[in-house]
Ligand binder design. Sequence first.
Ligand code: CO8
Ligand code: FAD
Length: 382
Amino acid sequence: PVSFGLNDDQRAIDELSRTFAQEKIVPAAAELDRTMEYPWAILKEAHAAGLMNTHVPEEYGGAGLGMVECAIVSENLGFGCTGVQTAIEANGLAEAPLIVGASHELKMKYLGRMGETPLVASYAVTEPGAGSDVAGIKTKAVKEGDKFVINGTKMWITNSGHANWFFVLAVTDPSAGVKGLTGFVVDADTPGITPGRKEINMGQRCSDTRMVTFQDVVVPQENVIGAVGEGFKLAMKAFDITRPLVAAGAVGLAQRALEEATKYAQERKTMGKAIIDHQGVAFMLADMAVNAEAARALVWKSAWVKDAGQRNSYYASMAKLYASRAAVENASMGVQVFGGIGFNTEMPMEKLYRDSKIFELYEGTSQIQRLVISRHLPALYP
Ligand code: CO8
Ligand code: FAD
């Protein structure tokens, strides 16, 4: 039977993560945005509360939650602050290729430590010359005996100034196209890895984004994830897990904008009545409510398809596309509902506005989500 209701376990996870966000993240968010300080204190508490590594199987020290439950957590974290949520979910993104394709030993070694200690990892795929076009990366891994030597530059790598290890996608056979790419897990303290300066971004400013250079970085052969030549598919299959969760963070932002704007619209009076009683304002709030609800439904559907053991790329891209647009639209309408004070740093809305834009860019731009969706259509409707 179809059900849009949450079961008891899901309600408990919702309650736990919602309370965590309200008590630990919401009060800290504005200051973290101002100082751009990495949210270590919150990450440690989230780790202790079981709100990190949510999709890592229990066998490897994770929470072992289903995708729908992970999406509930990600939405609530995003409601609190999407900068914090990005730090947490980017860690989950680094873990995803291992979950999908690593040997038992690699999983024990690299996922296991994430459960034991509050650590973060990074997913290092994008380069200065290749973001959307993953197949166009240039970082090389050359086999020398029973080791690989990695050389190249990665760009926009979240968590990279604090990472304990990296998932690195590199070219092992330049003549083989996407089948010439291989995924590695690389300890961050390996000689030759240099994170650049923290990038100053428009929003999500407590999240840590850097260039990372790899110069003659020696990696043992056993750190290949899956097999040589399987890296591209691992990188894509990771997105099937994480695009719904990134989209869930966007829903959190869209919901936050809706709630803040609805409260303000009942307090603020113009022309003798609360602004919510002006139809022009009320209709913006209605559109914001539809955006958040519809985006959540798509996120849960994309998560549910994955939990059902089916390939969910089509729905994952729909969820990512729709939810990021919902976040951007709701943040924009939210500023509008607040009027002039919506533009001011004393109110949460300007931060939501700045934070929202990245959802249409990272984890695959909105154009790339449309590309993925459209490529599924001929098979669905021949
Ligand atoms: N599962 C299994 N196989 C797949 C999948 C999948 N999901 N996707 C593709 N493949 C297979 C294809 O079937 C094909 O296989 P075959 O050759 O056997 O037929 C092969 O892989 C090649 O696929 P394509 O032909 O589709 O390859 P393209 O080169 O055309 O590229 C894309 C496809 C979709 C354009 C791909 O390059 C892409 O997704 N680009 C976007 C990159 C992206 O999303 N980057 C994000 C980087 S991470 C990030 O931004 C992190 C943000 C911070 C964290 C946020 C946390 C909140
Ligand atoms: P480009 O690929 O150069 O795209 C430029 C424009 O062209 C975009 O509008 C794009 O949609 C459009 N475009 C490109 N190709 C097509 C096409 N085929 N059809 C239609 N339109 C197209 N990457 C990681 O690997 N790990 C991370 O942790 C990570 N974190 C990030 C954090 C932040 C804050 C940022 C800004 C980026 C992060 N990224 C990360 C990189 C991010 O995924 C890329 O920036 C994104 O995928 C786009 O790549 P690009 O910037 O090279 O843009």
